[in-house]
Structure formats: C-alpha cells, structure tokens
Design a protein. Structure first.
Length: 142
C-alpha cells in the first residue's frame, strides 16, 4: 500500500471529509516523497489549481494532516517544510537530509537509549534527530 493510500485511509478513519482539494494536496505531496517541500510551495501549487482557495484553508489542512500523522513537518532555515509520512509502520524515525539535492533518507536506528544513559533520573519528553550532509550521489559528483 502506498503512503498516499494509507494517508487517504487515515483521513477517512478520522471522520475528515476527503475533498477534491485534499486529494490534490496528497497527490502533490506524494509526488515529492523523497524531499521536504516548503509550505509556501504547497500554498502556491494549491492556489494555482484552486484560485479561490484561501491561504488559511491550505495551512489548516496542512496542520490537520500533520496532526493525523500524515505529514512530517520540519523547519529548514526560516522555511516551514512538510513531506508525506515516509514510514507509517514506524512513525518515530529520523532522517538524513542532503544539503545539495535535498533528498531525504530515512534512518532506521534511534539513538535515544544512548542519551537516556547519560541522563539518569531525567524524563525525556521528546526528541528529533536529523543528519545533514551530502548524499552518496552528490558527494560522488563533487
């Protein structure tokens, strides 16, 4: 089952209406599964397809999709970015992000245990780990 198909099922299960605009939003994100896209680019794409669609409606849908676990959100520089969830089976995961081509690769290991061992008695409320650098293709090209 594709990420977009799983996302559609999650939307239906939540009771949220699956409108044409929401399907198009998912299709746009599904076309960019290997990289984050700026929320500004999402807004521009959606408004080009639906000129009467407001910025607020687009941002509310992005936020609702994030809360449903359909989208992963990040901030790159000063830009809010999103991508379709890359692993619905393991929603807690980390990424390597190429600083050249911006491709995102999922990392399967979580180092939280290593840090917990350094903080005896502490309660960790959450964490996020992203590694940045050049992917193998970009490193080879340089």
């Amino acid at each position: 089952m594709t990420s977009a198909t799983i996302a559609i099922e999650k939307i239906k299960a939540s009771g949220m209406r699956l409108t044409k605009q929401r399907r198009d939003l998912l299709a746009y994100l599904a076309a960019h599964t290997d990289s984050y896209v700026t929320v500004t680019a999402v807004d521009k794409h959606m408004r080009s397809r639906y000129p009467g669609l407001s910025h607020d409606t687009i941002y509310r849908n992005v936020k609702a999709f994030e809360q449903l676990g359909i989208l992963e959100a990040d901030v790159q520089g000063e830009q809010a970015t999103v991508k379709l969830q890359c692993d619905f089976q393991h929603p807690h995961h980390h990424h390597f992000i190429c600083q050249n081509c911006h491709r995102v690769q999922e990392l399967t290991m979580c180092p939280l245990g290593y840090f917990e061992n350094q903080l005896p008695g502490a309660t960790i409320a959450g964490h996020k780990l992203e590694l940045y650098g050049l992917c193998a293709d970009c490193a080879k090209a340089q």
